[in-house]
Design a protein around this ligand. Structure first.
Ligand code: URA
Length: 208
């Protein structure tokens, strides 16, 4: 297997093949130090030519154990929001800007840590390759880490969520709140943020 470059997965990305080939190649990725703490690479999953690509930050505890994105509590909330927005799961591909779980121990628990710019950048060739292979019609960007990575450091999800944005990596994109942030909010804020997530996903759906 080719070695990863200096903080970039680029040399590992196969030039041919579909998402399956990418997933196989990414399984051994050591382009940044996060592979040491993670159980496995959690690559994107979903329809091979999904019209809607959902991009989150990084796998959580459950995703790290199961090897699939959005299978934990945040994923369940996302499923509910997609359902309310009228987006069928079979029309989606779900992935993250970082494909290893970054965490620190707290007692017996593993607590999520925000990935650094370096880690996000090291992982970016995988995301670019997924975008190139899946070729979604619309991308829904979930949360600040993914938004800053894809839309620039000045992007503010709180102010700009729900806007249709012209991007170079897809026909169009919409940024919205991260399901994990919604789960962390207090009761009142949670309901409002969930409703906004649904509204923003409808914007994505209507862009199809
Ligand atoms: N949060 C994410 O951003 N991605 C997942 O896969 C799970 C939780």
């Amino acid at each position: 297997m080719p070695a990863a470059g200096d903080n970039t997965a680029a040399p590992l990305v196969p030039s041919g093949g579909g998402v399956k080939a990418l997933r196989q190649a990414a399984a051994g990725c050591r382009a940044c130090p996060l592979w040491r703490g993670g159980t496995q690479t959690v690559f994107g999953a979903g329809a091979a030519r999904a019209p809607v690509m959902l991009i989150g930050e990084q796998p959580g505890d459950r995703e790290d154990r199961e090897g699939l994105p959005f299978v934990g509590p945040a994923g369940r909330l996302l499923d509910r929001a997609l359902d309310e927005a009228g987006i069928e799961p079979r029309r989606t591909y779900r992935t993250n800007v970082v494909k290893h779980f970054k965490w620190k121990p707290k007692g017996k628990r593993r607590i999520h840590q925000t990935p650094s710019k370096l880690e996000v950048e090291a992982c970016r060739p995988w995301l670019d390759a997924e975008l190139e292979r899946v070729r979604p019609d619309v991308v829904a960007i979930l949360g600040a880490t993914a938004a800053k990575s894809l839309l620039g450091s000045g992007f503010r999800v709180t102010k700009q969520h729900g806007e249709l944005i012209e991007v170079e990596f897809a026909p169009v994109a919409v940024a919205t709140f991260h399901p994990s942030a919604i789960l962390r909010a207090d009761d009142e804020d949670r309901e409002r943020a969930f409703a906004e997530l649904v509204t923003d996903l409808r914007v994505a759906s209507e862009a199809l």
